[in-house]
Design a protein around this ligand. Structure first.
Ligand SMILES: [Zn+2]
Length: 58
């Protein structure tokens, strides 16, 4: 997979995906800026990663 890129839906910053070399749909990642937990919803052909906020509900 080439350069993947994800924008945090919460703080709108680029998320550092270098920690997730084998990112797949439904993987859970964490925004390195605001710390929110996100699930990978879709990886587009151009490398843009769509995420949704995980409701931790704890
Ligand atoms: Zn964030």
């Amino acid at each position: 997979m080439k350069n993947m890129k994800a924008i945090c839906p919460e703080c709108k910053n680029d998320i550092d995906l270098s920690r997730y070399p084998n990112l797949k749909i439904s993987n859970v990642i964490e925004c390195n800026v605001c710390g929110i937990t996100l699930a990978v919803k879709k990886i587009q052909l151009d490398g843009n990663v769509e995420t949704e906020i995980v409701d931790e509900g704890k």
